[in-house]
Design a protein around this ligand. Structure first.
Ligand code: KG4
Ligand code: ZN
Length: 391
C-alpha cells in the first residue's frame, strides 16, 4: 500500500510517501519521499509557537513539500488537469471559511496528475487547532480531486507506533512484532502520558500529567535561563557537560512518592524560577549545573513512575516516544535502568529523527488504520486539538 502522509500539528510542516506492507506481526515501510520544513526559526522571536504564523506557514509550504515528496518518489507528473466543476464546488463548500486556501490548492492540483497512491494519512489531532486544520483541509482537497481515501491519524498514536520502528541499512523502516502488553511513555511539548496497549491499536491511559507537559517544562525552564526556543535541545546540550564539583542546585521530584502513575512538572519549574531569582542571572557554569539538576529531577520522576507502571501493567515491551525522547540523558537513563531492574521487558527507543514531529509517523500509524479500513468521511472529517488516544 502506498500512503501519502501529511503532518501539520505544530510548527513542523511535513509530507512523506511510504510504501507499506505487513501487519502487527511485522511491518515494513519504504520511504519513497520525505520532506519537512521546520518553522522553529520563525517562532523563536516569540519564545514559543505563534498559532497564526504556524497556520500561514503550513498553508504556504504544503504544496511545495507535496511536489518535492512526489518528485523524490518518482510519482510526480506535471501536466495540465481538468478538475470537474462539481469537485471544485464541493471543495469550496467544505472550505467555506478558507476560500483562498481552496483556490490555492485547486490551482496547484490543476498542474499535477493523480499519483499512484492508495491512501492519504493526515494528522487530525491533538495539536494546535488552526495548524491542524490546514493539513486536514489539504488532505480533503487531495482526496476529492484525486479520489483517494483519507485516514485520520492521532498524533500521539503516530508518536507511539513510529517509536517502535528501526531503520534497516537500506533506509527501510521496520516495526517488528511486539510482545503485549506494550507500555508507552509519550513525552512531548503538549503531552506526558503512559499509554498501555493490551491489544494492538487499543489504548488505555495509565497516567498523565496534572499540569505541565515535560517538554513544556524543558521549554519554560530554558526560557528562564535566557536560552532560545525550543529549550529541550538547549537544556540537553548544557546538561551533557561534564562537571567535577557537586551540583549546588537541589530540585524537588514532584509526585514521585504518590501512589499512582501521574506526573506534575509545574512545581519543578517554579523551584527553578525561585533559585534563579535568588541567584540573579546564572553564569555559564551555573546554567550547566541548573540544566543538569533539572534533567536529573525529570529523570528520577520518569524512572520512578515508569518502574511503577511496568509493575502494575506487567508490560512486556516499553517504548518512549515524542520530542522529549530525543533527550540524551533520558535515553541513557532508560537504556541503563530497564535491563537492570526489569530484564524481562524489551526496551524500544526510537532514533532521534523519529522522536520529533515528522510525517513518517503519520504514515506509519495511518497504515495500520488503513489496513482496518478505518477511512474518514471527507465531509465530516474535523481537526481536533484535544483528540485523545485513550481515556
Ligand atoms: O513531539 P514534539 O516534536 O512536538 C509535540 O508534539 O509537542 O515535541 C517537542 C518537544 C519540545 O518541548 C522540545 O523542547 C522537546 O520536545 N525536545 C527535547 C529535545 N528535543 C526536543 N527535549 C529534551 N531534549 C531534547 N534533545
Ligand atoms: Zn509531537
Amino acid at each position: 500500500m502506498k500512503l501519502l502522509a501529511i503532518e501539520t500539528s505544530c510548527d513542523e510542516t511535513a509530507v512523506a510517501i511510504l510504501e507499506a506492507s505487513g501487519d502487527e506481526n511485522g511491518a515494513t515501510f519504504s520511504v519513497l519521499g520525505n520532506s519537512l520544513l521546520s518553522q522553529i526559526d520563525l517562532h523563536r522571536p516569540y519564545g514559543g509557537v505563534f498559532p497564526a504564523l504556524a497556520k500561514r506557514e503550513h498553508a504556504k509550504n504544503l504544496v511545495p513539500l507535496l511536489t518535492s515528496s512526489l518528485e523524490e518518489a518518482g510519482l510526480l507528473i506535471e501536466d495540465a488537469q481538468i478538475i470537474p466543476e462539481e469537485t471544485r464546488e464541493k471543495l469550496s463548500t467544505l472550505l467555506t471559511r478558507e476560500p483562498e486556501l481552496a483556490e490555492a490548492f485547486l490551482a496547484a492540483l490543476t498542474e499535477i496528475e493523480r499519483p499512484d497512491i492508495d491512501a492519504i494519512a493526515v494528522t487530525a489531532g491533538p495539536g494546535l487547532e488552526p495548524a491542524l486544520w490546514v493539513g486536514v483541509n489539504f488532505a480533503r482537497a487531495l482526496s476529492l480531486v484525486w479520489n483517494i481515501p483519507i485516514v485520520a491519524v492521532n498524533h500521539m498514536e503516530g508518536h507511539m507506533l513510529s517509536a517502535l520502528a528501526t531503520r534497516n541499512e537500506d533506509g527501510t523502516l521496520v516495526i517488528p512484532k511486539n510482545e503485549l502488553p506494550l507500555l508507552g511513555l509519550l513525552i512531548s511539548g503538549g503531552h506526558t502520558e503512559f499509554v498501555l496497549m493490551k491489544e494492538w491499536l487499543s489504548y488505555e491511559l495509565i497516567g498523565t500529567t496534572r499540569d505541565d507537559a515535560v517538554g513544556e517544562a524543558f521549554d519554560k525552564v530554558a526560557r528562564m535561563m535566557n536560552l532560545p526556543y525550543p529549550g529541550g535541545p538547549e537544556i540537553d546540550r548544557l546538561a551533557g557537560h561534564e562537571r567535577e564539583d557537586t551540583n549546588p542546585f537541589v530540585l524537588p521530584r514532584p509526585m514521585l512518592d504518590a501512589p499512582n502513575c501521574d506526573f506534575s512538572f509545574s512545581g519543578l519549574k517554579t523551584a527553578v524560577l525561585y533559585l534563579i531569582k535568588e541567584r540573579g542571572e546564572l553564569d555559564d557554569i551555573q546554567k550547566q549545573q541548573m540544566a543538569r539538576a533539572f534533567v536529573d529531577a525529570v529523570c528520577d520522576v520518569l524512572w520512578g513512575k515508569t518502574s511503577r507502571a511496568l509493575e502494575e501493567t506487567a508490560a512486556q515491551t516499553f517504548v518512549i516516544g515524542g520530542g522529549v525522547a530525543a533527550s540524551s540523558q533520558i535515553r541513557a537513563m532508560f537504556e541503563k535502568r530497564i535491563p537492570e531492574s526489569h530484564p524481562q521487558v524489551t526496551l524500544r527507543i526510537p532514533s532521534r529523527e523519529l522522536t520529533t514531529d515528522n510525517a513518517l509517523m503519520t504514515g506509519m500509524a495511518g497504515y495500520f488504520r488503513a489496513l482496518r479500513k478505518e477511512f474518514a468521511d471527507v465531509e465530516t472529517l474535523r481537526a481536533n486539538g484535544n483528540l485523545r488516544v485513550a481515556d
